[in-house]
Design a protein around this ligand. Structure first.
Ligand code: NAD
Length: 435
Protein backbone atom coordinates (compact mmCIF):
# COMPACT_ATOMS: atom_id res chain seq x y z
CA UNK A 1 0.00 0.00 0.00
CA UNK A 2 1.20 3.54 -0.68
CA UNK A 3 1.64 5.40 2.56
CA UNK A 4 2.85 8.77 3.80
CA UNK A 5 3.95 9.38 7.38
CA UNK A 6 4.15 13.03 8.37
CA UNK A 7 6.57 13.69 11.24
CA UNK A 8 9.64 11.49 11.72
CA UNK A 9 10.01 11.60 15.51
CA UNK A 10 9.86 8.53 17.75
CA UNK A 11 6.39 7.59 16.54
CA UNK A 12 6.51 8.57 12.88
CA UNK A 13 9.91 7.07 12.16
CA UNK A 14 9.10 3.79 13.87
CA UNK A 15 5.73 3.59 12.11
CA UNK A 16 7.31 4.42 8.75
CA UNK A 17 10.00 1.78 9.11
CA UNK A 18 7.53 -0.71 10.57
CA UNK A 19 5.12 -0.30 7.66
CA UNK A 20 7.92 -0.51 5.08
CA UNK A 21 9.11 -3.73 6.72
CA UNK A 22 5.78 -5.35 5.76
CA UNK A 23 6.20 -4.37 2.12
CA UNK A 24 4.39 -1.03 1.97
CA UNK A 25 5.79 1.89 -0.06
CA UNK A 26 6.35 4.63 2.46
CA UNK A 27 7.33 8.28 2.14
CA UNK A 28 8.24 9.82 5.49
CA UNK A 29 8.10 13.60 5.73
CA UNK A 30 9.55 16.03 8.21
CA UNK A 31 10.06 19.75 8.06
CA UNK A 32 13.51 19.54 9.67
CA UNK A 33 15.88 19.24 6.72
CA UNK A 34 18.86 17.86 8.67
CA UNK A 35 16.68 15.05 9.98
CA UNK A 36 15.60 14.11 6.47
CA UNK A 37 19.18 14.31 5.21
CA UNK A 38 20.50 12.02 7.93
CA UNK A 39 17.62 9.54 7.56
CA UNK A 40 18.22 9.42 3.80
CA UNK A 41 21.82 8.44 4.58
CA UNK A 42 20.46 5.67 6.82
CA UNK A 43 21.42 7.43 10.06
CA UNK A 44 18.83 7.38 12.83
CA UNK A 45 18.83 10.68 14.76
CA UNK A 46 17.29 9.12 17.90
CA UNK A 47 18.39 6.26 20.12
CA UNK A 48 15.98 3.37 19.57
CA UNK A 49 17.31 -0.19 19.72
CA UNK A 50 17.16 -2.08 16.40
CA UNK A 51 15.79 0.83 14.37
CA UNK A 52 18.95 1.65 12.39
CA UNK A 53 19.30 -1.86 10.99
CA UNK A 54 15.69 -2.03 9.83
CA UNK A 55 15.85 1.47 8.41
CA UNK A 56 18.92 0.68 6.32
CA UNK A 57 17.41 -2.54 5.02
CA UNK A 58 14.20 -0.85 3.89
CA UNK A 59 16.11 2.08 2.40
CA UNK A 60 18.32 -0.20 0.36
CA UNK A 61 15.32 -2.20 -0.81
CA UNK A 62 13.61 1.03 -1.88
CA UNK A 63 10.48 0.67 0.28
CA UNK A 64 11.06 3.83 2.32
CA UNK A 65 12.03 7.37 1.30
CA UNK A 66 12.50 10.56 3.30
CA UNK A 67 11.53 13.99 2.10
CA UNK A 68 10.59 17.51 3.14
CA UNK A 69 8.10 17.69 0.26
CA UNK A 70 4.78 17.08 2.02
CA UNK A 71 2.64 17.74 -1.07
CA UNK A 72 4.38 15.09 -3.13
CA UNK A 73 4.09 12.58 -0.27
CA UNK A 74 0.37 13.27 0.07
CA UNK A 75 -0.24 12.88 -3.64
CA UNK A 76 1.68 9.57 -3.55
CA UNK A 77 -0.24 8.12 -0.62
CA UNK A 78 -3.55 6.35 -0.21
CA UNK A 79 -3.21 6.41 3.58
CA UNK A 80 -1.54 9.35 5.35
CA UNK A 81 -0.38 8.99 8.94
CA UNK A 82 -0.05 12.17 10.97
CA UNK A 83 2.61 11.67 13.66
CA UNK A 84 3.70 15.20 14.46
CA UNK A 85 4.23 16.47 18.00
CA UNK A 86 1.37 17.68 20.18
CA UNK A 87 3.35 19.51 22.86
CA UNK A 88 1.65 21.07 25.87
CA UNK A 89 0.20 24.53 25.27
CA UNK A 90 0.33 27.25 27.92
CA UNK A 91 -2.86 26.13 29.67
CA UNK A 92 -1.81 22.45 29.62
CA UNK A 93 -4.00 21.49 26.68
CA UNK A 94 -2.39 19.79 23.67
CA UNK A 95 -1.07 22.26 21.12
CA UNK A 96 -2.68 21.19 17.85
CA UNK A 97 -0.91 23.70 15.63
CA UNK A 98 1.35 21.08 13.96
CA UNK A 99 -1.56 18.68 13.41
CA UNK A 100 -3.76 21.37 11.88
CA UNK A 101 -0.89 22.69 9.74
CA UNK A 102 -0.51 19.19 8.31
CA UNK A 103 -4.29 19.00 7.78
CA UNK A 104 -4.06 22.16 5.66
CA UNK A 105 -1.22 20.74 3.60
CA UNK A 106 -3.30 17.61 3.05
CA UNK A 107 -6.34 19.64 2.04
CA UNK A 108 -4.30 21.57 -0.53
CA UNK A 109 -2.56 18.50 -2.02
CA UNK A 110 -5.53 16.11 -2.27
CA UNK A 111 -5.83 14.37 -5.64
CA UNK A 112 -8.37 11.62 -4.87
CA UNK A 113 -9.89 9.64 -1.99
CA UNK A 114 -7.47 9.29 0.95
CA UNK A 115 -7.52 8.09 4.50
CA UNK A 116 -5.94 10.45 7.00
CA UNK A 117 -4.91 8.71 10.20
CA UNK A 118 -4.16 10.66 13.37
CA UNK A 119 -1.39 8.80 15.18
CA UNK A 120 -0.44 11.75 17.32
CA UNK A 121 -2.01 11.85 20.77
CA UNK A 122 -4.80 14.38 20.38
CA UNK A 123 -7.75 15.52 22.50
CA UNK A 124 -11.25 14.28 21.94
CA UNK A 125 -12.80 16.00 18.94
CA UNK A 126 -9.55 16.46 16.98
CA UNK A 127 -10.51 14.07 14.17
CA UNK A 128 -13.50 16.34 13.53
CA UNK A 129 -11.29 19.44 13.55
CA UNK A 130 -8.85 17.85 11.11
CA UNK A 131 -11.71 16.80 8.84
CA UNK A 132 -13.18 20.32 8.87
CA UNK A 133 -9.80 21.83 7.97
CA UNK A 134 -9.29 19.43 5.06
CA UNK A 135 -12.88 19.80 3.85
CA UNK A 136 -12.50 23.57 3.65
CA UNK A 137 -9.70 23.11 1.08
CA UNK A 138 -10.78 20.22 -1.15
CA UNK A 139 -13.77 18.59 -2.77
CA UNK A 140 -12.08 15.18 -2.96
CA UNK A 141 -13.58 12.56 -0.63
CA UNK A 142 -11.61 11.42 2.43
CA UNK A 143 -11.93 9.85 5.87
CA UNK A 144 -10.17 10.93 9.05
CA UNK A 145 -9.39 8.08 11.44
CA UNK A 146 -8.09 8.15 14.99
CA UNK A 147 -5.40 5.50 15.52
CA UNK A 148 -3.50 6.35 18.71
CA UNK A 149 -0.06 4.85 19.12
CA UNK A 150 0.89 2.85 22.21
CA UNK A 151 4.57 2.14 21.55
CA UNK A 152 7.09 2.60 24.35
CA UNK A 153 10.35 4.40 23.67
CA UNK A 154 13.20 1.94 24.14
CA UNK A 155 11.06 -0.92 22.83
CA UNK A 156 9.30 1.05 20.11
CA UNK A 157 10.03 -1.20 17.20
CA UNK A 158 8.91 -4.43 18.81
CA UNK A 159 5.84 -2.66 20.23
CA UNK A 160 4.97 -1.47 16.73
CA UNK A 161 5.60 -4.81 15.03
CA UNK A 162 3.84 -6.82 17.76
CA UNK A 163 1.32 -4.50 19.41
CA UNK A 164 -0.80 -5.70 22.33
CA UNK A 165 -3.74 -4.24 20.46
CA UNK A 166 -4.48 -1.69 17.78
CA UNK A 167 -7.15 0.91 18.43
CA UNK A 168 -8.88 2.33 15.39
CA UNK A 169 -11.54 4.99 15.67
CA UNK A 170 -13.63 5.32 12.54
CA UNK A 171 -17.24 5.11 11.50
CA UNK A 172 -16.29 4.68 7.84
CA UNK A 173 -16.67 1.14 6.52
CA UNK A 174 -14.22 1.91 3.70
CA UNK A 175 -11.47 3.18 6.03
CA UNK A 176 -12.07 0.29 8.38
CA UNK A 177 -11.46 -2.31 5.66
CA UNK A 178 -8.30 -0.58 4.40
CA UNK A 179 -6.78 -0.30 7.87
CA UNK A 180 -7.72 -3.87 8.71
CA UNK A 181 -5.74 -4.98 5.66
CA UNK A 182 -2.81 -2.68 6.41
CA UNK A 183 -2.50 -3.87 10.01
CA UNK A 184 -3.15 -7.57 9.31
CA UNK A 185 0.58 -8.51 9.34
CA UNK A 186 0.92 -7.07 12.87
CA UNK A 187 -1.97 -8.94 14.50
CA UNK A 188 -1.32 -12.54 13.56
CA UNK A 189 -1.13 -13.78 17.15
CA UNK A 190 -4.67 -13.00 18.26
CA UNK A 191 -3.77 -9.47 19.38
CA UNK A 192 -6.96 -7.59 18.59
CA UNK A 193 -7.78 -4.62 16.43
CA UNK A 194 -10.37 -2.70 18.42
CA UNK A 195 -12.68 -0.68 16.21
CA UNK A 196 -14.59 2.15 17.81
CA UNK A 197 -15.71 5.68 17.05
CA UNK A 198 -13.14 8.48 16.66
CA UNK A 199 -13.84 10.19 19.98
CA UNK A 200 -13.57 6.96 21.98
CA UNK A 201 -10.26 6.13 20.29
CA UNK A 202 -8.88 9.57 21.14
CA UNK A 203 -10.04 9.19 24.74
CA UNK A 204 -8.64 5.63 25.04
CA UNK A 205 -5.09 6.85 24.56
CA UNK A 206 -5.40 9.49 27.29
CA UNK A 207 -7.15 7.11 29.66
CA UNK A 208 -4.35 4.55 29.26
CA UNK A 209 -1.59 7.04 29.97
CA UNK A 210 -3.55 8.52 32.86
CA UNK A 211 -4.03 5.06 34.37
CA UNK A 212 -0.32 4.22 34.09
CA UNK A 213 0.65 7.57 35.60
CA UNK A 214 -1.85 6.92 38.40
CA UNK A 215 -0.23 3.58 39.26
CA UNK A 216 3.18 5.26 39.40
CA UNK A 217 2.08 8.13 41.62
CA UNK A 218 0.05 5.78 43.81
CA UNK A 219 3.08 3.58 44.43
CA UNK A 220 5.29 6.61 45.05
CA UNK A 221 2.82 7.91 47.61
CA UNK A 222 2.73 4.50 49.30
CA UNK A 223 6.55 4.30 49.20
CA UNK A 224 6.90 7.67 50.90
CA UNK A 225 4.55 6.46 53.64
CA UNK A 226 6.58 3.23 53.93
CA UNK A 227 9.63 5.35 54.71
CA UNK A 228 7.74 7.04 57.54
CA UNK A 229 6.27 3.91 59.10
CA UNK A 230 9.22 1.55 58.58
CA UNK A 231 7.68 -0.77 55.97
CA UNK A 232 9.56 -2.03 52.89
CA UNK A 233 7.79 -1.08 49.66
CA UNK A 234 9.61 -3.89 47.85
CA UNK A 235 7.62 -6.41 49.89
CA UNK A 236 4.42 -4.41 49.48
CA UNK A 237 4.92 -4.42 45.71
CA UNK A 238 5.24 -8.21 45.77
CA UNK A 239 2.17 -8.54 47.94
CA UNK A 240 0.15 -6.32 45.66
CA UNK A 241 1.49 -7.53 42.32
CA UNK A 242 0.63 -11.18 42.99
CA UNK A 243 -3.04 -10.23 43.29
CA UNK A 244 -4.35 -10.90 39.77
CA UNK A 245 -6.87 -8.11 40.15
CA UNK A 246 -3.97 -5.69 40.50
CA UNK A 247 -1.23 -7.31 38.38
CA UNK A 248 2.49 -6.71 38.70
CA UNK A 249 3.12 -4.02 36.07
CA UNK A 250 3.84 -0.38 36.82
CA UNK A 251 4.19 -0.86 40.57
CA UNK A 252 7.82 0.24 40.87
CA UNK A 253 8.30 3.29 43.05
CA UNK A 254 10.92 5.81 42.02
CA UNK A 255 11.48 9.50 41.47
CA UNK A 256 8.47 10.05 39.29
CA UNK A 257 7.39 9.70 35.71
CA UNK A 258 8.62 11.91 32.88
CA UNK A 259 8.98 11.71 29.15
CA UNK A 260 7.11 13.21 26.27
CA UNK A 261 3.81 11.49 27.03
CA UNK A 262 2.64 10.92 30.62
CA UNK A 263 3.18 14.47 31.97
CA UNK A 264 1.69 16.23 28.98
CA UNK A 265 -1.14 13.75 28.48
CA UNK A 266 -2.15 13.92 32.15
CA UNK A 267 -2.26 17.71 31.96
CA UNK A 268 -4.13 17.68 28.65
CA UNK A 269 -6.76 15.27 29.98
CA UNK A 270 -7.28 17.44 33.07
CA UNK A 271 -7.70 20.43 30.76
CA UNK A 272 -10.27 18.58 28.62
CA UNK A 273 -12.16 17.73 31.82
CA UNK A 274 -12.02 21.34 33.06
CA UNK A 275 -13.31 22.61 29.71
CA UNK A 276 -16.25 20.25 30.11
CA UNK A 277 -17.03 21.33 33.66
CA UNK A 278 -15.68 18.15 35.23
CA UNK A 279 -12.69 18.07 37.51
CA UNK A 280 -10.56 14.92 37.30
CA UNK A 281 -9.63 15.01 40.99
CA UNK A 282 -7.73 11.72 41.04
CA UNK A 283 -5.57 12.86 38.15
CA UNK A 284 -4.86 16.21 39.78
CA UNK A 285 -3.42 14.36 42.76
CA UNK A 286 -1.43 12.07 40.44
CA UNK A 287 0.18 15.13 38.87
CA UNK A 288 0.91 16.82 42.20
CA UNK A 289 2.48 13.70 43.72
CA UNK A 290 4.69 13.38 40.64
CA UNK A 291 5.87 16.98 40.77
CA UNK A 292 6.99 16.46 44.38
CA UNK A 293 8.51 13.05 43.69
CA UNK A 294 10.90 14.40 41.06
CA UNK A 295 12.57 16.44 43.81
CA UNK A 296 12.54 13.73 46.49
CA UNK A 297 16.23 12.89 46.25
CA UNK A 298 17.22 16.55 46.02
CA UNK A 299 15.44 17.25 49.30
CA UNK A 300 16.95 14.15 50.89
CA UNK A 301 20.43 15.20 49.79
CA UNK A 302 19.98 18.72 51.13
CA UNK A 303 18.80 17.31 54.48
CA UNK A 304 21.62 14.75 54.51
CA UNK A 305 24.25 17.44 54.07
CA UNK A 306 22.77 19.56 56.88
CA UNK A 307 20.71 21.92 54.75
CA UNK A 308 23.44 22.92 52.26
CA UNK A 309 24.76 21.30 49.11
CA UNK A 310 26.79 24.29 47.87
CA UNK A 311 30.13 23.09 46.46
CA UNK A 312 29.25 19.44 47.05
CA UNK A 313 30.08 17.31 44.05
CA UNK A 314 26.97 15.36 43.10
CA UNK A 315 27.37 12.57 40.56
CA UNK A 316 24.20 11.69 38.66
CA UNK A 317 23.82 8.34 36.91
CA UNK A 318 21.05 8.39 34.34
CA UNK A 319 19.48 11.41 32.66
CA UNK A 320 16.91 10.04 30.23
CA UNK A 321 13.39 9.75 31.61
CA UNK A 322 13.71 5.96 31.39
CA UNK A 323 16.34 3.46 30.19
CA UNK A 324 17.01 2.66 26.53
CA UNK A 325 16.22 6.11 25.22
CA UNK A 326 18.04 9.43 24.85
CA UNK A 327 14.79 11.30 25.47
CA UNK A 328 15.01 13.76 28.38
CA UNK A 329 11.70 15.52 27.89
CA UNK A 330 10.31 16.24 31.41
CA UNK A 331 12.83 13.73 32.85
CA UNK A 332 12.91 13.68 36.66
CA UNK A 333 16.72 13.99 36.44
CA UNK A 334 16.33 17.34 34.69
CA UNK A 335 14.25 18.94 37.47
CA UNK A 336 16.47 17.44 40.15
CA UNK A 337 19.74 18.61 38.56
CA UNK A 338 18.33 22.10 38.19
CA UNK A 339 17.55 22.05 41.91
CA UNK A 340 21.14 21.03 42.74
CA UNK A 341 22.56 23.73 40.47
CA UNK A 342 20.32 26.41 42.01
CA UNK A 343 21.71 25.45 45.42
CA UNK A 344 25.31 25.82 44.25
CA UNK A 345 26.22 22.13 43.95
CA UNK A 346 28.64 20.91 41.31
CA UNK A 347 26.88 18.30 39.22
CA UNK A 348 28.67 15.64 37.21
CA UNK A 349 26.55 13.49 34.93
CA UNK A 350 26.69 10.25 33.01
CA UNK A 351 24.08 8.56 30.84
CA UNK A 352 24.67 5.74 28.33
CA UNK A 353 22.59 7.45 25.61
CA UNK A 354 21.39 10.92 26.63
CA UNK A 355 24.67 12.87 26.92
CA UNK A 356 24.03 14.73 23.65
CA UNK A 357 20.52 15.67 24.77
CA UNK A 358 21.87 16.78 28.16
CA UNK A 359 24.46 19.05 26.53
CA UNK A 360 21.66 20.84 24.68
CA UNK A 361 19.81 21.35 27.98
CA UNK A 362 22.54 22.15 30.50
CA UNK A 363 25.32 23.55 28.30
CA UNK A 364 28.39 23.99 30.49
CA UNK A 365 26.42 24.23 33.77
CA UNK A 366 27.24 20.57 34.53
CA UNK A 367 30.31 18.40 33.99
CA UNK A 368 29.98 15.48 31.54
CA UNK A 369 31.74 12.21 32.33
CA UNK A 370 32.66 9.63 29.76
CA UNK A 371 31.85 6.71 32.04
CA UNK A 372 29.77 5.93 35.09
CA UNK A 373 32.90 5.47 37.18
CA UNK A 374 34.67 8.65 36.13
CA UNK A 375 31.60 10.59 37.29
CA UNK A 376 32.29 9.30 40.80
CA UNK A 377 35.86 10.54 41.08
CA UNK A 378 35.92 12.67 44.26
CA UNK A 379 32.10 12.89 44.39
CA UNK A 380 30.38 13.58 47.71
CA UNK A 381 27.28 11.70 46.66
CA UNK A 382 25.79 9.65 43.85
CA UNK A 383 22.19 9.98 42.72
CA UNK A 384 20.81 7.23 40.51
CA UNK A 385 18.07 8.79 38.43
CA UNK A 386 17.47 6.24 35.63
CA UNK A 387 17.43 2.46 35.94
CA UNK A 388 19.78 1.62 33.05
CA UNK A 389 20.83 -2.03 33.31
CA UNK A 390 24.50 -1.15 33.56
CA UNK A 391 23.87 0.66 36.86
CA UNK A 392 22.28 -2.38 38.50
CA UNK A 393 25.32 -4.35 39.58
CA UNK A 394 28.30 -2.02 39.40
CA UNK A 395 31.69 -2.61 41.01
CA UNK A 396 30.79 -1.32 44.48
CA UNK A 397 34.31 -1.51 46.01
CA UNK A 398 35.62 0.53 43.06
CA UNK A 399 32.84 3.05 43.57
CA UNK A 400 33.66 3.32 47.26
CA UNK A 401 37.33 3.98 46.40
CA UNK A 402 36.52 6.62 43.80
CA UNK A 403 33.98 8.58 45.84
CA UNK A 404 34.96 11.08 48.48
CA UNK A 405 31.63 10.61 50.23
CA UNK A 406 29.79 7.40 51.03
CA UNK A 407 26.19 8.24 50.25
CA UNK A 408 24.02 7.01 47.41
CA UNK A 409 20.56 8.35 46.67
CA UNK A 410 18.99 5.44 44.84
CA UNK A 411 16.06 7.03 43.05
CA UNK A 412 15.14 3.76 41.32
CA UNK A 413 15.58 1.23 44.12
CA UNK A 414 18.33 -0.64 42.29
CA UNK A 415 20.39 -1.56 45.31
CA UNK A 416 19.79 -3.85 48.23
CA UNK A 417 19.92 -1.74 51.41
CA UNK A 418 21.50 -4.45 53.61
CA UNK A 419 24.24 -5.24 51.11
CA UNK A 420 25.05 -1.59 50.65
CA UNK A 421 25.34 -1.14 54.39
CA UNK A 422 27.73 -4.11 54.58
CA UNK A 423 29.88 -2.46 51.89
CA UNK A 424 30.10 0.77 53.84
CA UNK A 425 27.64 2.91 51.91
CA UNK A 426 24.88 5.04 53.27
CA UNK A 427 21.84 4.48 51.06
CA UNK A 428 18.62 6.38 50.62
CA UNK A 429 16.01 4.57 48.56
CA UNK A 430 12.33 5.12 47.82
CA UNK A 431 10.16 3.38 50.40
CA UNK A 432 12.87 1.01 51.62
CA UNK A 433 14.21 3.06 54.48
CA UNK A 434 17.68 4.53 54.88
CA UNK A 435 20.79 2.62 55.87
P1 NAD B 1 8.66 14.09 18.15
O1 NAD B 1 8.66 15.47 18.67
O2 NAD B 1 9.78 13.16 18.43
O3 NAD B 1 8.49 14.13 16.57
C1 NAD B 1 7.58 14.95 15.89
C2 NAD B 1 8.16 15.26 14.52
O4 NAD B 1 7.19 15.95 13.74
C3 NAD B 1 9.39 16.15 14.57
O5 NAD B 1 10.45 15.54 13.88
C4 NAD B 1 8.93 17.44 13.88
O6 NAD B 1 9.97 18.10 13.18
C5 NAD B 1 7.86 16.92 12.96
N1 NAD B 1 6.90 17.94 12.52
C6 NAD B 1 6.24 18.86 13.26
N2 NAD B 1 5.44 19.59 12.48
C7 NAD B 1 5.57 19.12 11.22
C8 NAD B 1 4.99 19.48 9.97
N3 NAD B 1 4.10 20.46 9.87
N4 NAD B 1 5.37 18.79 8.88
C9 NAD B 1 6.28 17.81 8.96
N5 NAD B 1 6.86 17.42 10.13
C10 NAD B 1 6.51 18.08 11.23
O7 NAD B 1 7.28 13.46 18.65
P2 NAD B 1 6.94 11.93 19.00
O8 NAD B 1 7.54 11.58 20.29
O9 NAD B 1 7.20 11.08 17.81
O10 NAD B 1 5.38 12.03 19.21
C11 NAD B 1 4.48 12.32 18.15
C12 NAD B 1 3.06 12.16 18.67
O11 NAD B 1 2.85 10.81 19.09
C13 NAD B 1 2.74 13.02 19.88
O12 NAD B 1 1.39 13.41 19.81
C14 NAD B 1 2.96 12.07 21.05
O13 NAD B 1 2.20 12.44 22.17
C15 NAD B 1 2.48 10.77 20.46
N6 NAD B 1 3.09 9.57 21.06
C16 NAD B 1 4.39 9.56 21.40
C17 NAD B 1 4.96 8.40 21.94
C18 NAD B 1 6.39 8.35 22.34
O14 NAD B 1 6.77 7.41 23.05
N7 NAD B 1 7.23 9.28 21.96
C19 NAD B 1 4.16 7.26 22.12
C20 NAD B 1 2.83 7.30 21.72
C21 NAD B 1 2.31 8.47 21.20
Amino acid sequence: MKLAVIGTGYVGLVAGVGFAESGNEVICVDKVEEKIASLTRGEVPIYEPGLDKLLRRNLSEGRIQFSTDIENAIRHAYVIFVAVGTPPGEDGSADLSHVLEVAESIGRAMNGYKIIVNKSTVPVGTAEKVAARIESLTSHPFDVVSNPEFLKEGAALSDFMKPDRIVIGTRSERAREVLKELYAPYVRTMNPILFMDERSAEMTKYACNAMLATRISFMNDIANLCDLVGADVHMIRMGMGTDPRIGNKFLFPGIGYGGSCFPKDVRALMQTADENGHSLRVLRAVHEVNEDQKLLMLHRAVAHFGGEVADKVIAVWGLSFKPNTDDMREAPAWAMIQGFLERGAKVRVFDPAAMGTAKEIFGDAVEYSDSAYSALDGADALVVATEWNEFRTPDFPRMRQLMKGDVIFDGRNLYNPQRMEEMGFRLYSVGRGTV
